[in-house]
Design a binder for this molecule. Sequence first.
Ligand SMILES: [Zn+2]
Length: 526
Amino acid sequence: MDGRTIVPATLLLVIACGDSTPAEDLTDDLADDADTGTSEGTDEVESESESDTGPIAESLAHEIDISLVEINQGIATPIVVAGEWIGPNDRNAQIVGNRDSLLRAYWTITPEFEPREILARLTLEPPGEDPVIREQPLVIDQESFAGDLSRSFTFDILAADMRSGTNFSISLWEVDPAFAALPAPELPPISPRDGSIAPIGIQPELLTIKVVLVPLVANWPNCSTEVPIDEVLGRFHDSLLMKNPTQTVELAVREQPVVVDAAPVSFWTLLPAIQQARVDDGAEPNVYYYGIVDACTYELAGFGGMAWNIVSDEKTADFERVAVGLYLANDLEWTTDTFVHEVGHLQGLFHVECPGKDAAGPDASYPYEDGVIGVWGFGIRDFELRSPTAAHDFMSYCYDGNWTSDWTWSKTFNRVRTLTSWDAEDGGGPSQPQGTLLIGMLGDQGGEQWWTIPGEIPATNLARDRVHVRAFAGDEVREPNATWHRPPEGDATIVTVELPGAAMPDRIETFAGPPAVWQPRAIDRD
Ligand SMILES: [Zn+2]
């Protein structure tokens, strides 16, 4: 048993996601920004208007154009560039329905532009409903800048209004009657330029990420701790939500903790218990299990966490959706970043390379140098911007300015969409795996654990990590499916064998692939 005690789960406590209140905060926050940006000019112009003899006809703004319109739900996604609408298939990333969003419009001005107040008019046309017009006045005295919310026209769109099929148009208008009286501008500052009302291009799919946190109780000499889970729940929820293209994050806490009563030398000794908890709970295939432990240390064998694998999007990979990480009482941000990073591996993400950090197996197709995120990021819960050249992708080891790139966003969108779609399938619920898996966890510094669970090896794993083995059980010799892989972090190797028949093999020999002879001794966990 290696000093581990496993207590079966009886109940899961689900915490509220609390999506509505922060959204209202977003509205207030942005309203404050808009007030600040326009306080100098609005009243003055109104009093001038009132003193005029008659109403001035409306006029589009002069010597200014809309250079770019984008939606930001976490990362910037341009939808109009220089007047030309960008269709969903030509974008850097997907726009999620029913998620709080910013619509930002940037301007460019000619040398002749005189600083003054300009009005942006946004038309939103929900499917089958009358258009809603929103206006935002702004004093413009310099070029716009993506790194400052007050230097773009910035409209918040709450989740309920981000519906698939919603169309938009945005245009700039004169506020000062003297400018409104000028001849119409040659280049109408309207996006899209042709004056059409174009689709925002909002994805229609349901998108949910489900995670069960498994508290680990440390109970060995010189370390007796329990993780104060309430301290991290809100952070975990908001960080996962902000960095992932999802509508909701369902974060639950396993009521029964896992008690660890021998000091772990590495995370690989903890990971089996998290997987066993997942099996014992009969978790649905799309649920991630994350163990969290205060191990009275800043690292175990040089790492802060460990995910089972770079996990595929197959239901049969359910048993791999497990990870474990440290809780650091004096660094909850690091604790949270580690959680999002390890879940990222379970979402199929490889590492992203960044300077001075040696993350194993970085993804060579990552498009930006030094692991930076490449586009402006924005947090829909903390309302902060992230620089495209200073913030780093959360799959890198550069935790400074830890955020998501549009590249990672696009990948995780597909993953969240696939896993969420399983909820709607007939016979949803726990999978009924055929067969039995024999799993071996082999530490680089010695030590190993073997155990069995119901399951089969996912096809992706067989294609990627197949190892040819012979399993000897008495007189019987078989060649079962087997894989051999390294977890993305950590100092261990994981062997997975589809058990041929009911008999536990006496030994397993590889005959193609890594040379080894294993003598598994499956652990009876009951
Ligand atoms: Zn990693």
